[in-house]
Design a protein around this ligand. Structure first.
Ligand SMILES: [Zn+2]
Length: 685
C-alpha cells in the first residue's frame, strides 16, 4: 500500500485548494466529448519532423491549449481527465438527489458528493472536525503516548504522520502479504527539499516555514508563537528528511528490503510504543514484517528520546490541521491552496468546488463511482478490442525476446516465462470493493473523508497474513492512467485511459497502435526495465539473469540514462535520468513493440496515405499526440524532483531518435536532430 503507484504511465493527479462555486442544479447526463486520436489541428506543419518531431506533432495543440488558470499543467491526458470530471459530475448530481429509491452504491456516492458540495456547513464548522484530534494531542503526557495518536492520524488523514505504515507483498514469497513500515512524516513533496542548498530550495523552505506559521495562526496562535512553532516543525522534518532515502535509492528494491521479526523492530526503535500502535490500529497478528528504511526509524527513535514532548505535540498539531485543511472552512482551504498549489506548482486560480468534490469521491469511493462510470462508457466490445491489441503486443514481445542478439538462450527462456506470466487487467475489477461499512453522512464532509480513509487503511492491514488477491486494482476505473506492478506481474488499464483521443474505436489502426499500443507496450516493458527485471514471473524479488546477460543489459540501459541526462526540464535543471530510467526504457521498448504489433495487425492490407501522411507517419504522429502538454515552470520544478517520468517532449523525441523506423518514415537524414548514427542507437528490448 505504501508504494502502491508502481510504474504508472503518469503521476497521479494531485489536487488541493479551494474555490467557491454555487452547487450547480442537477442537469441531464453529459456525454464525453470526442477528440480524434490523430488530430491534424494539433500538428505544426511548419516544423520539420526531423528537427523536432514533438513540435511537428504537438505544436498546434500547445498553441491552441493554454493552461487553464486552475491547472498547473495541461495535457492530452489532463484534458481527458477534466472531461471525465464533467461526466462524473453529471453522474454524481443525479446520484445525490435523494429520491428514496436509490440503490446502496448510488446512495454512497451521491451522499458523499452532496456532503462535499455543502460548503455552508464546512464554513460553519470551521476547525471543529479536528478539535477532537487536537485535544488528544494536547493531552499527551509522554512520548510513549504518541503511538496511538499517530495511528489515528495516519488512518484518518491519509498522510504519513511520523512514518508510513501498511501491508505489502512479501518480496520473497509473492503469495503472502506482510506488514511494512516506511519513511515519511514530511510536509514538502520530497526529502531533497530539506537538504539541497541551491537558492530555489532555500526559498521554498522559507515559503514552507511561512505556510506552517500561517497554519498555526489559523489555529489561533499569535504570530510570534506561530513562528516559533513553525521553526520546531521544520527542524524535526529536516532531521527526518536527512534520514530518508532519495527517490533514486528507492528505485533499488534491495535497498527497501529489510525483513525482520516484529520483536526486532521493538529493538530497532524501542522509544516508540509499537505494541499500542498496532493494537490501536487493529492490525491482525503478525510476526514477520518489512522495515523498508531502518536508518530512518533509528533516527526517529533517537529524536523521540532527545526532543521534548512539546515539540512533538507541535509537529502533530501542524500535520493534523495541514492534512485536513482542504476539507475544512475557507480560511484553511485558501491557505492550503496558496502554498501547495499556487506557490509550489504555479496554479493561478482555485479549482471550482465541484471538481474537487468529484475528485475526492473518485479517490475515496473509486470502485463505487467506477461501477456507474464503467456501465456508461466501457462496452464489452471495447474490452475485447483492447485485449486483442494487448495480445498482439505480447506476441511481439515474445518474438523480440527470441530475436535478441545479446541475450543467452537461458535468460531468454526466463524472460519468456515472465512474459507469459503477465496478467492483463483491462477496464475494471472483476469484483467491486464494498464500501457499505463506511458511514456516509450528508452533513459531515470532513467526517466522511476520515471514515473512508480509515476504511481503506483497514482494508489494507487486513490483507496481512492472507494470500495475495491478484484481482485487486490500485487505480479507480475513471483514472486516466495505467500501471504495471512488478510484484503482481500484471498490467492494469482503467476504463478512463481507454477513451478517445487515447484509444479511438472510430480511428484506424495506425494512430491507435502508436498511442494506446505504445502505452500497453510501455507497461509491459516495465516488467523488463532496470527495476522490474529484478522480479521473477511470480513477482518475487529473485534474479533470473545470468551474470553476463545482466551486465550487457546494464550497459544497454546506461545508453538511455546517458541520453536523457542531457535533456533540460526547466531553467538549468537537467532530467535526473537515474530517477527516470525505468520510464525512459519503458517508453522506448513500448513504442518498438507497438510498431511491430501494428505491422503484424495490418499485414496484407493495402494501407493508404491520409491527409498527406503515410500510414507509418500516422503511426508516429498518433504516438506523439498522447504526450502534447503545456506546463507551468513551478510544476516542472516539482516534477524534476519527484516525477520518475521525463517531460512529454522527451518522451517522444527521446524515443524516435532510437527508432530507425521513424527516420525512414519521415526520410530524415543521419545528421538531423531526430536521428542518431546507427551505432549510437540505444537498443534494449
Ligand atoms: Zn511507466
Amino acid at each position: 500500500m505504501i508504494r502502491n503507484f508502481w510504474c504508472a504511465l503518469l503521476l497521479a493527479c494531485v489536487i488541493a485548494g479551494p474555490a467557491f462555486a454555487q452547487a450547480p442544479a442537477a442537469t441531464s447526463q453529459p456525454i464525453l466529448p470526442y477528440t480524434p486520436s490523430l488530430d491534424l489541428a494539433s500538428m505544426d506543419k511548419t516544423a520539420d519532423p526531423c528537427v523536432n518531431f514533438y513540435q511537428y506533432s504537438c505544436g498546434g495543440w500547445k498553441k491552441n491549449n493554454p493552461i487553464p488558470p486552475d491547472q498547473t499543467s495541461w495535457s492530452v491526458y489532463g484534458k481527458l481527465y477534466q472531461d471525465n470530471l464533467v461526466f462524473l459530475k453529471g453522474i454524481l448530481e443525479q446520484a445525490s438527489v435523494d429520491s428514496g429509491q436509490r440503490d446502496a452504491v448510488t446512495r454512497e456516492i451521491g451522499d458523499f458528493y452532496a456532503a462535499c458540495m455543502d460548503e455552508a456547513s464546512a464554513e460553519k464548522q470551521g476547525i471543529t472536525p479536528v478539535t477532537g484530534d487536537l485535544e488528544a494531542i494536547a493531552n499527551l503526557k509522554s512520548t510513549k503516548e504518541i503511538a496511538p495518536v499517530a495511528a489515528r492520524l495516519q488512518q484518518a488523514f491519509g498522510r504519513s504522520v511520523l512514518f508510513g505504515a501498511g501491508s505489502t507483498q512479501d518480496p520473497d514469497n509473492s503469495e503472502l502479504v506482510i506488514a511494512e513500515i516506511d519513511q515519511g512524516g514530511l510536509g514538502l513533496p520530497d526529502r531533497d527539499y530539506y537538504t539541497k542548498e541551491d537558492a530555489k530550495s532555500k526559498e521554498t523552505r522559507e515559503r514552507y516555514l511561512q505556510h506552517v506559521q500561517k497554519v498555526f495562526e489559523l489555529m489561533g496562535e499569535t504570530p510570534a508563537a506561530a513562528k516559533k512553532d513553525a521553526d520546531t516543525v521544520m527542524q524535526l522534518e529536516i532531521a527526518l528528511a536527512k534520514a530518508s532515502l532519495t527517490r533514486v535509492d528507492r528505485r533499488d528494491p534491495y535497498k527497501l528490503k529489510h525483513k525482520m521479526k516484529y520483536a526486532d523492530l521493538t529493538e530497532l526503535a524501542p522509544n516508540f510504543d509499537w505494541k499500542t500502535y498496532y493494537a490501536t490500529s487493529e492490525y491482525p497478528q503478525f510476526e514477520i514484517m518489512n522495515v523498508a528504511t531502518p536508518d530512518f526509524f533509528k533516527e526517529l527513535n533517537a529524536k523521540l528520546a532527545s526532543e521534548p514532548l512539546d515539540n512533538w505535540k507541535t509537529y502533530l498539531r501542524f500535520h493534523v490541521v495541514d492534512s485536513a485543511s482542504p476539507f475544512l472552512s475557507s480560511r484553511f482551504v485558501d491557505e492550503n491552496f496558496a502554498f501547495y498549489r499556487q506557490y509550489l506548482r504555479g496554479a493561478k486560480e482555485q479549482q471550482p468546488r465541484w471538481k474537487r468534490c468529484v475528485t475526492y469521491t473518485d479517490r475515496q469511493l473509486g470502485e463505487a463511482l467506477g461501477q456507474v462510470y464503467v456501465a456508461k462508457v466501457f462496452s464489452p466490445e471495447l474490452k475485447q478490442s483492447t485485449l486483442d491489441m494487448v495480445r498482439r503486443i505480447e506476441d511481439s514481445m515474445a518474438i523480440r525476446i527470441q530475436q535478441l542478439d545479446w541475450m543467452s538462450p537461458e535468460t531468454k527462456q526466463q524472460a519468456l516465462n515472465k512474459l507469459h506470466g503477465i496478467r492483463n487487467k483491462i477496464g475494471y475489477p472483476d469484483k467491486w470493493r464494498d464500501y457499505s461499512s463506511v458511514k456516509i453522512s450528508r452533513a459531515d464532509f470532513a467526517g466522511n473523508m476520515a471514515r473512508a480513509s480509515e476504511f481503506e487503511h483497514h482494508r489494507d492491514f487486513n490483507k496481512i497474513g492472507k494470500p495475495v488477491d491478484r484481482g485487486e486494482w490500485d487505480m479507480s476505473p475513471p483514472t486516466v492512467n495505467a500501471y504495471y506492478n512488478p510484484q503482481m506481474n500484471d498490467i492494469n488499464f482503467p476504463a478512463g485511459v481507454l477513451q478517445p483521443p487515447l484509444y479511438d474505436a472510430k480511428m484506424d489502426a495506425a494512430p491507435n497502435y502508436g498511442n494506446t499500443g505504445g502505452t500497453i507496450g510501455h507497461e509491459l516493458t516495465h516488467g523488463f526495465d532496470d527495476e522490474g527485471s529484478q522480479y521473477d514471473a511470480a513477482g518475487n524479488l529473485k534474479n533470473w539473469w545470468t551474470k553476463d546477460d545482466r551486465e550487457k543489459f546494464d550497459a544497454r540501459t546506461k545508453c538511455v540514462q546517458d541520453q536523457y541526462a542531457d535533456y533540460i526540464v526547466v531553467d538549468d535543471i537537467h532530467i535526473n535520468s537515474k530517477l527516470t530510467l525505468g520510464e525512459d526504457v519503458a517508453d522506448l521498448g513500448g513504442e518498438l513493440l507497438a510498431y511491430m504489433a501494428w505491422q503484424d495487425a495490418t499485414k496484407g492490407q493495402a494501407l493508404q496515405p491520409r491527409d498527406g501522411l503515410t500510414p507509418e507517419q500516422r503511426f508516429f504522429v498518433g504516438f506523439a499526440q498522447w504526450a502534447c502538454e503545456n506546463d507551468r515552470a513551478e510544476e516542472l520544478r516539482v516534477r524534476a524532483a519527484t516525477d520518475p517520468h521525463s517531460p512529454g517532449e522527451y518522451r517522444i523525441n527521446g524515443v524516435v531518435v532510437n527508432m530507425p523506423e521513424f527516420a525512414k518514415a519521415f526520410a530524415c537524414k543521419t545528421r538531423q536532430p531526430m536521428t542518431k548514427p546507427l551505432e549510437k542507437v540505444c537498443k534494449i528490448w
